[in-house]
Design a protein around this ligand. Structure first.
Ligand SMILES: Nc1ncnc2c1ncn2[C@@H]1O[C@H](COP(=O)(O)OP(=O)(O)OP(=O)(O)O)[C@@H](O)[C@H]1O
Length: 251
């Protein structure tokens, strides 16, 4: 089941609105979420994660709506969120931090501890399970945060720049973890890295100035690159064609 935005508007205090009456359904499967700095990607993901509340409208997953208090608990169990800023929890080991994330999502303590090890293995961090989370490098901490998103059986993963700061090998490990998700689990991954869009994702969503400029399969996205663009630059050029000055003018 997809995540749907219905008439969502949102602005940070006193600033001009970031989203205005956004109505949009994210594709299912593995979706890459693109946009220039400040386009509104993190804002969209945080609304879908119920970390922020839209001024108007709501987000839904199936019949569950974020504006119905009685739905919130069940909605949050279905949705996992990896924020851009990741913080270690002082005093907790890596395994405890991941298990804690699962417990917050309603898992039993024992299940959360067991699943935490499995999630850490998915990001090659099991050897750090007993280390203090505060002693990790930035990239290691990000991998722990990915494990936090994977630990409970969410149906939608909202991952905000999960590979920022990861080395090439760990980017591949992350991608393998995405590839191994069960078919009913959907991932929305925001990134500035368009190089591997074709191999790693099924769908593309492009946001610009809080508006959806494109949504569709990767092949259709790549078709926006000007004719004659070399294969290796098609994703980048397609992105520029959709978000460049002319695209902004046309909208
Ligand atoms: N906490 C905040 N307070 C005020 N304004 C904010 C805050 N967070 C984001 N903004 C503003 O909201 C707009 C959208 O920001 P957002 O972080 O959602 O974009 P983004 O596409 O995720 O950008 P990036 O790629 O740089 O992470 C920007 O103009 C930004 O300056």
């Amino acid at each position: 089941m997809p995540i749907t935005f219905q008439g969502c508007s949102f602005g940070y205090r006193r600033n001009r609105p970031v989203l205005h009456d956004l109505t949009f359904t994210f594709p299912t499967g593995r979706t890459v979420f693109l946009g220039v700095n400040g386009a509104g990607k993190s804002t969209v993901l945080s609304l879908a994660a119920t970390v922020r509340t839209p001024a108007t409208g709501h987000v839904s997953h199936g019949t569950l709506r974020t504006d119905r208090r009685s739905d919130l608990r069940a909605y949050r169990r279905r949705v996992a969120w990896l924020p851009q800023q990741v913080h270690p929890v002082p005093g907790l080991t890596v395994r405890e931090q991941v298990a804690y994330a699962g417990w917050l999502k309603g898992m039993r303590r024992g299940d959360a501890r067991r699943q935490a090890l499995q999630a850490l293995a998915q990001v090659e961090m099991e050897e750090f399970a007993d280390h203090r989370a505060t002693q990790l490098s930035g990239g290691q901490l990000r991998r722990v945060a990915i494990a936090q998103a994977l630990v409970h059986d969410a149906e939608v993963l909202l991952l905000d720049e999960p590979t920022a700061g990861l080395d090439l090998r760990q980017r591949r490990v992350f991608q393998d973890a995405l590839d191994q998700l069960p078919p009913h689990v959907h991932a929305i991954v925001s990134t500035h890295d368009v190089a591997d869009v074709e191999t790693d994702f099924e769908h593309v969503v492009v946001l610009d100035g809080g508006q959806i400029m494109f949504t569709g399969p990767v092949a259709d996205f790549l078709d926006h690159a000007p004719a004659g663009t070399p294969e290796t630059r098609r994703a980048e050029e397609a992105f520029h064609a959709l978000t460049g000055p002319e695209a902004a003018w046309a909208s």
